[in-house]
Ligand binder design. Structure first.
Ligand SMILES: *Cc1c(COP(=O)(O)O)cnc(C)c1O
Length: 399
């Protein structure tokens, strides 16, 4: 057994601000500067942050907004998909069934129709075949989600969209910093494959603000210009050129994000080191399937899937008993939510439904210390044995 130097309990997530006093002090000073500046929304901090993000994303045009959810909606509108952006109400957007609800909300908020695509048999991301099966005559765009930090689906989807003249919108809320490559080609960052990319800086994401914030990156400067209008009521030079919304980023978040960007490469490297530890330590542990380990994975979340003999709640309880918090992403696939069932109809998407039953996210974030990592590594196999016994006992008492 490895010696423990852990805090009493290991939270599912801890902000680096709570872990690093120097970082907290720098951010506090940056906030004070913004407060004294008298400029609080869409000012010099936001412009500087947009420029830094653009430099990271292959010089794409970056538009900072108020959240990842708004970024998704404005991405579609800026591309002219759905009624908000001047498109048609029956414009269809393909998106995964197994993802965060904001993806479907954004399609509907943009005035378009979501079409849910099932995961492949062997992972969290929908396959190209599943997209082909869902592709119809009104399909205008693909929303590609880099779920849990895995951007590996992007090259194939980018090629598919090019061939079929569909817009590709990347949802990189969970995979900012990830990279991937088409066969035989150099790797490229997530966010540089599609026509538009939507980012979230919600605190738990790979680049976290101290509140809500998001951004867009575009291949075409005309789409970026449209998004700039839409995020601020269509306002330009004392006129409203179109109707939009209030999706502006504030100066405080931009100032904090500028500081977070400075240590972003180290934060990503730390996420990757922790994931490597987990993958190596649990490679032969019975009862669970580890997440696919693609080159360039950003490891926003470390999500395992449990074999049918393992009781998920019992495993989460056993880990909680040891002070290790877990979370379920996502317990209901989008097409099974009451609010979205009418949009989808009754058809089964079996792989998404199975994952919703058997996936469990374990703590993985840069502020985890070595003692905590060792503790998680050691406790998981033990908790799994416990949850497997619990499942056997439940099965016996039910028969
Ligand atoms: C977090 C997230 C969003 C929404 O971002 P917010 O900033 O919380 O609005 C969208 N899509 C995915 C995949 C996410 O994880």
């Amino acid at each position: 057994m490895t010696p423990y130097t852990a805090r009493a309990a290991i939270p599912f997530f801890l902000s680096p601000l709570c872990d690093d006093p120097d970082l907290a002090a720098r951010m506090t000073r940056a906030c004070a500067d913004v407060l004294r500046s008298g400029v609080y929304v869409l000012g010099p901090q936001v412009r500087a942050f947009e420029a830094s993000l653009s430099a990271m994303l292959d010089a794409r045009e970056v538009v900072a907004v108020s959240s990842g959810s708004d970024a998704l909606c404005l991405a579609l509108a800026a591309l002219g998909v759905g009624t908000l952006g001047g498109g048609r109400a029956d414009d269809e957007v393909m998106l995964p069934a197994y993802t965060f609800v904001a993806c479907a909300e954004a399609v509907l908020a943009a005035g378009a129709q979501p079409v849910f695509v099932d995961c492949g048999a062997g992972g969290f991301l929908p396959s190209l075949e599943a997209h082909r099966a869902a592709h119809g005559g009104r399909t205008r765009a693909v929303l590609a989600v880099g779920l849990f930090g895995d951007a590996s689906g992007l090259p194939a989807l980018a090629a598919y969209c090019r061939m079929h003249r569909l817009w590709l919108v990347e949802d990189i809320a969970q995979c900012l910093g990830a990279s991937c490559a088409a066969p035989g080609e150099p790797a490229r960052m997530a966010g540089t494959w599609g026509d538009a990319a939507a980012m979230s800086f919600y605190p738990t994401k790979t680049l976290g603000a101290a509140g809500d914030a998001g951004a867009l990156a575009f291949a075409d400067a005309r789409h970026a210009r449209q998004a700039r209008l839409l995020r601020n009521h269509g306002h330009e030079a004392n006129e409203h050129l179109c109707l939009g919304r209030n999706s502006r980023m504030d100066e405080l978040q931009a100032a904090l994000l500028q500081i977070a960007l400075e240590t972003f490469p180290e934060a990503l490297a730390r996420r990757r080191r922790i994931a490597s530890r987990y993958l190596a330590a649990w490679a032969a542990v019975p009862g669970l399937t580890l997440p696919p380990d693609h080159v360039g994975h950003a490891w926003n979340y470390f999500v395992v899937t449990l074999d049918s003999g393992v009781h998920r709640d019992a495993l989460a309880d056993a880990l909680a008993q040891e002070g290790i918090a877990t979370r379920v992403y996502y317990s209901i696939p989008l097409h099974r939510h009451r609010a979205l069932a009418a949009v989808h109809g009754g058809a089964s998407l079996p792989h998404s439904e199975r994952l919703a039953q058997c996936s469990l996210a374990l703590p993985l974030y840069p502020a985890l210390n070595e003692g905590e990592i060792n503790r998680i590594v050691d406790i998981l196999p033990m908790a799994l044995r416990h949850a497997t016994v619990a499942a056997a006992m439940t099965a016996r008492s039910e028969s």
